[in-house]
Design a protein around this ligand. Structure first.
Ligand SMILES: [Zn+2]
Length: 198
């Protein structure tokens, strides 16, 4: 009996640790880590895909934030960082959390396919800039585009609907554009947060 009483605090501590580990999983996923997760198909390394995209003449990378800032976390900075095999920098203004995150390989692969299929795009944001508080941009899962095939995104742009539909076919689960709040002049495509297998 004495032995049981002594071990009770230990048991409670173990239960507490277990519950804590459940609760703290989501922030790990939100931080955009993908290295230890499931079912990312084998193929080109994300770094190589980023390099390919960076060097593509069909893609322009905005060298400043849409807000005008130059903070080392622009679309151009981010693709250069990813092409160098590095985590990419997030902004530190507005709701942006600062720090670094890996760009998601599913998103990079989809962007490459879109370009291979003929799209010419200007990318205005990857992990940088300030977005909504829980934005997938901060997890390296989203990109923004404001020119498609040389035409500024807006209601009358003839390309943006098909472009977003193709993003969804390629795995995007959040696509926004003209008609959606805050997206009258750019489109947004984001890939799902990955749930690790245990
Ligand atoms: Zn966006």
């Amino acid at each position: 009996m004495k032995k049981f009483i002594l071990s009770l605090p230990v048991a409670l501590t173990l239960v507490g640790v277990f519950l804590m580990s459940c609760v703290t999983q989501e922030p790990h996923i939100a931080s955009g880590s993908y290295g230890s997760t499931m079912s990312v198909k084998r193929g080109a390394l994300p770094q190589n895909t980023a390099m390919w995209l960076k060097n593509s003449s069909q893609v322009t990378w905005l060298p400043r934030q849409v807000s005008g800032r130059v903070d080392g976390a622009t679309a151009l900075d981010n693709i250069r960082q990813a092409a160098a095999g590095q985590a990419v920098k997030r902004s530190s203004y507005g709701t942006a959390p600062g720090g670094y995150v890996k760009l998601d390989p599913r998103m990079l692969r989809a962007m490459k396919i879109l370009v291979q299929e003929g799209y010419r795009i200007r990318v205005t944001s990857m992990a940088g800039a300030s977005h909504s508080r829980t934005s997938r941009h901060y997890a390296g899962l989203a990109f923004d585009v404001d020119f498609i095939n040389g035409v500024k995104v807006g209601y009358s742009n003839p390309y943006w609907r098909k472009f977003l539909a193709r993003c969804r076919e390629l795995g995007a689960t959040e696509t926004l554009g003209p008609g959606d709040k805050g997206h009258s002049s750019h489109v947004h495509a984001a890939w799902p947060r990955v749930v690790p297998l245990r």
